[in-house]
Write a protein that binds this ligand. Structure first.
Ligand code: SF4
Length: 121
């Protein structure tokens, strides 16, 4: 099983504590978190993924804030030296996000305008 993960969700999972857009969304986030804890292979995207699949903001396969979040995705990939479509192990991706974005304090530069920003400080 290879999971579809949009790149900026590599940051979101580090801070997720059970809050989200709807009950179905948060339930899916917990399920995804458990699956990802087994270090599966993931394909990195700049579009709707297995998290967006249960999000009320997913309008027929496209995020209602598509331009904003795709920009987050592209910045995460660039910081980590990765490209859309790359297949990586989840733990390797998490390590790259930690090393290149979270540890150097770059996260607010990428997604500081997100409505959940205060949960990720
Ligand atoms: S807000 Fe947009 S990017 Fe975030 S999970 Fe929902 S559909 Fe996906």
């Amino acid at each position: 099983m290879i999971y579809r993960i949009r790149a900026h969700h590599g940051m979101c999972f580090s801070f997720f504590q059970g809050k989200g857009y709807s009950g179905e969304f948060t339930e899916n986030m917990w399920k995804m978190k458990e699956k990802l804890s087994e270090n599966p292979e993931v394909i990195l995207l700049c579009g709707a993924d297995d998290v967006c699949a249960r999000c009320p903001n997913n309008l027929s396969g496209k995020c209602s804030s598509a331009d904003k979040v795709e920009n987050y995705d592209r910045q995460v990939l660039a910081c980590c030296g990765l490209r859309e479509g790359d297949k990586v192990r989840w733990d390797d991706f998490v390590r790259a996000v930690q090393a290149h974005i979270l540890s150097p304090g770059k996260r607010p530069d990428i997604c500081g305008g997100c409505q959940w920003d205060n949960l990720c400080r």
